[in-house]
Design a protein around this ligand. Structure first.
Ligand code: ZN
Length: 237
């Protein structure tokens, strides 16, 4: 159930970040002049750790995006309902968390569809975002996503907290606070078995970034800044 950052490096595909970023097929971050940051949480939901994180987000008026695993959505539908009710966004993170570059296309489609169904059954909502397990992708996965109406979302390379490795609260805190830039997509996990480090780190990170003037937005909100930037470039260049 873990996201290895190594899988997300350009070697995972014959076409690199620049190619997919320019085409708008995959999003790593959204450079903007606005002081906004998108926190993302993978591998949940969990009735305990996700609920605690939701409480904290509420306390700091923070919106975030949860990339949920379908078989856990079936287990904890009420947590996914709560995520949406409290203004967060829910994205598809596969049904059973296999590496998508190692499975056939039929299995891939099943994983995508079963998770869409699980989210829909739990909430009546249809997800428009997908994050592949481990961040692994290739051309075929990108195309399947597009066909399924899903936009692939990865994360800022300087905001990979590695919280799933339980590196210690300080390391998670420092990673985010030292690297914080407008338009970042921060990678965290709301379910890491036996760890509260993500939660403890957020208790420090959220008030500090708020103090610095940042607001915390969902991925769809962040993407609206991408459109603004694009329009600005078109008008001014
Ligand atoms: Zn994951």
């Amino acid at each position: 159930m873990l996201c290895s950052p190594l899988d997300a490096m350009p070697s995972a595909t014959s076409k690199g970040r620049e190619y997919y970023e320019q085409r708008g097929d995959i999003v790593w971050e959204v450079p903007t002049q606005n002081k906004v940051i998108a926190f993302t949480f993978d591998d949940g939901p969990d009735d305990d750790s996700t609920a605690n994180i939701l409480d904290l987000l509420k306390q700091y008026d923070a919106k975030a995006t949860f990339f949920v695993v379908g078989n856990r959505v079936e287990k904890y539908p009420e947590i996914v309902q709560r995520e949406l009710k409290e203004g967060h966004e829910v994205g598809n993170h596969s049904f059973s968390h296999p590496s998508f570059v190692r499975i056939g296309s039929n299995f891939m489609v099943t994983e995508l569809n079963k998770t869409q169904e699980a989210i829909h059954t739990a909430t009546g909502h249809k997800s428009i975002l997908f994050r592949p397990p481990g961040g692994s992708y290739n051309e075929s996965i990108v195309q399947h996503c597009k066909k399924s109406g899903l936009l692939m979302i990865l994360w800022s390379w300087h905001q990979d907290t590695l919280d799933w490795k339980k590196p210690g609260v300080d390391k998670i805190v420092n990673k985010v606070l030292k690297n914080a830039h407008n338009g970042d997509i921060v990678l965290m996990h709301d379910f890491v078995s036996g760890s509260t480090q993500t939660y403890e780190a957020l208790k420090i990170i959220l008030p500090e970034l708020k103090q610095r003037g940042y607001s915390f937005v969902t991925i769809s909100d962040l993407l609206s800044y991408r459109e603004q930037a694009k329009n600005y470039m078109e008008v001014n260049h």
